[in-house]
Design a binder for this molecule. Structure first.
Ligand code: FES
Length: 357
């Protein structure tokens, strides 16, 4: 079969077998991973949960990692990162992705409107270092807010499948009771596991949750009085992350706190670097460097480069920089190598820069 496939591949060059297989059934492609939606459900008005059967190239994931999901909207491929919310040991090998509709979310809005069984999505290999270590820590505390629940939920379900004997607790924050996802399911999951505990907190109401108000030491003591002896995994909005970090720093427990952040880079271009001309050679656009990330500068000039997360995670904005110095806004490093691949969303020019796009 392998030989036959390579002969076919050679005959079908330059397009390759995958281009033709894609037309017959996208799930048959041999390079790259696709996923077919097998079920959708709406747990809360703002969330969409999709069950997805990945194609054969999928090799599984570790709880806490994310995958890049690609959809084509109006002819443009768009990529976003989502963390599977299911156990990494899920028996049927399918993935569960829960997508929160963001107000101006292009991809999340599209999925909310159009996702249905049968739809095929592009998937990447799983990525990311946020996850449970091996061997598992004895006690595990999971703290999340909003869509940050998905990676820690995968951890909780994975530990449940492994019959983890230590204490495991999940403390999850949403604004209102109507936003709380997975409530019934998690109640069932912990019902016959006395060492597992799930508590939902509502920040904007004083009823409807197990706890109310923003993260506090009191919440921590109620949910996991043993937190000092645990490894804690945290994913959620910046204010929640900041308060948990502060509490753990006060307790001298910062090294036991593991975080996942989907936030834009903190660095900005240095004022002295806002010089030079930026040239997008293929599209023939040239303009004065404004100091913003290259993706934004290109968009300001009327270009529409492919992009996804806009924060350096998904790599969908990667382009070849022909020449010129750019600062990586995530690491702060400046690189002036010719013909190097850069991510437009986190690279700011520091002088004359030429991009092959
Ligand atoms: S848009 Fe995701 S890395 Fe640039």
């Amino acid at each position: 079969m392998g030989k036959l496939a390579s002969v076919a591949e050679a005959l079908l060059t330059p397009h390759g077998v995958d281009r033709y297989l894609e037309l017959i059934d996208p799930m048959l492609v041999r390079r790259g991973i696709r996923g077919r939606i097998t079920a959708v459900r709406r747990q809360t008005p703002a969330t969409l949960t999709m069950t997805i059967r990945p194609s054969r190239a999928w090799r599984g994931f570790r709880a806490g990692q994310y995958v890049r999901v690609t959809v084509t909207i109006d002819g443009v491929r768009r990529t976003r990162c989502y963390s599977p919310a299911c156990s990494q040991h899920r028996a049927d090998g399918q993935l569960e992705l829960t997508v929160k509709a963001l107000e101006d979310g292009l991809v999340s809005g599209y999925l909310h409107r159009y996702a249905e069984p049968g739809m095929v999505l592009g998937l990447s290999e799983p990525d990311g270092t946020f996850g449970l270590p091996d061997p598992r820590p004895e006690h595990v505390l999971l703290i999340s807010g909003g869509s940050g629940i998905t990676p820690v939920l995968a951890m909780l379900r994975t530990l449940a499948d492994e019959n983890h004997p230590g204490e495991v607790a999940l403390l999850h924050y949403e604004n209102e009771p109507a936003d709380l996802p997975y409530r019934a399911e998690l109640a069932e999951l912990v019902a016959d596991r006395p060492n597992f505990r799930v508590r939902f907190a509502c920040t904007m109401t004083d009823r409807g949750g197990d706890l109310h108000g923003f993260f506090s030491r009191a919440h921590l003591d109620q949910v996991a009085p043993w937190f000092g002896a645990a490894e804690t995994f945290l994913c959620g909005p910046v204010p929640l992350m900041d308060s948990v970090r502060k509490e753990y720093a006060n307790e001298g427990l910062s090294e036991r706190l593991h975080t996942e952040e989907f936030t834009p880079p903190a660095f900005a271009a240095e004022p002295g670097e806002v010089t030079g001309q930026v040239r997008f050679t293929r599209s023939g656009k040239e303009f004065a460097n404004s100091g913003k990330p290259l993706l934004e500068q290109a968009e300001d000039a009327g270009l529409r480069p492919e992009h996804g997360c806009r924060m350096g995670i998904c790599f969908s904005c990667t382009q070849l920089k022909a020449s010129g110095p750019v600062r990586n806004l995530r690491t702060g490093e400046v690189s002036a190598e010719d013909n190097e691949e850069i991510q437009l969303c986190i690279s700011a020019p520091c002088g004359d820069v030429e991009i092959n796009a």
